[in-house]
Design a protein around this ligand. Structure first.
Ligand code: C2R
Length: 203
């Protein structure tokens, strides 16, 4: 997507309803999981790069374009001093889901704290770091959209039922009777009388 001009929706094409914003193109490999997950649910989305720190004007323009273009939920992913999600949340009333990424070798803890510790009044729904977060951000976005979409709620129910079935299959695999060796009786240690008798016979 051309991130320099947000001109509005094309009426003939159903527009994206989720915006995934990356702090840098280097975040893309991890965040492709979010895009894949949205596609699983048939949710149209856009993937853009904009940084609160490096391109504040671009981020500003993007944040002010989303509502009018039909975006309903934002997912913001950034590493390090990750202020991207908070900066978006400051500029729109749409729900913002933050995905903290590991960009600095601190395991994403820096990004997690920067994303989650928002002051009262400006929430960012922060999910786990990295690819778990990428997947959960997308599922959470679907759940938010499903609040007003019964068909999507049905698809979420199927998704959860499939997950449960997989775990039940695993559990069944574990509870199959294991092949055990024929039980032997407890080994009796020889009595002191037997030991004494075997010593006597060996003399
Ligand atoms: P580069 O790989 O481009 O140097 O970026 C990005 O999300 C990325 O994980 C390194 C990391 O910097 C992050 N970044 C932020 C912000 N902008 C970029 N945390 C921001 O505005 O919060």
């Amino acid at each position: 997507m051309d991130t320099t001009s947000f001109r509005g929706p094309r009426p003939e094409v159903p527009g994206p309803v989720v915006g995934i914003v990356l702090g840098s193109d280097s975040d893309r490999p991890v965040m492709e999981e979010a895009a894949r997950t949205l596609a699983e649910f048939g949710i149209a989305h856009e993937l853009v790069v904009a940084s609160a720190h490096r391109s504040p004007d671009l981020l500003d323009r993007y944040a002010h374009s989303v509502e009018a273009r039909g975006i309903r939920v934002l997912i913001a992913a950034a590493g390090g001093a990750a202020h991207l999600a908070g900066a978006l949340a400051a500029r729109t009333v749409l729900p913002v889901i933050g995905v903290p990424l590991d960009a600095t070798g601190l395991g994403g803890l820096d990004a997690l704290l920067s994303t989650v510790q928002m002051p009262p009044g400006v929430p960012v729904a922060t999910v786990s770091t990295g690819s778990w977060g990428a997947r959960n951000a997308a599922i959470l976005a679907v759940q938010m959209l499903a609040a007003s979409d019964p068909d999507l709620r049905e698809r979420l129910r199927e998704f959860k039922a499939n997950m449960a079935r997989k775990i039940e299959d695993m559990a069944q695999g574990l509870s199959k009777p294991a092949v055990t060796a024929r039980p032997e009786g407890p080994k009796q240690s020889p009595s002191s009388e037997e030991i004494a008798s075997s010593l006597r016979s060996s003399q």
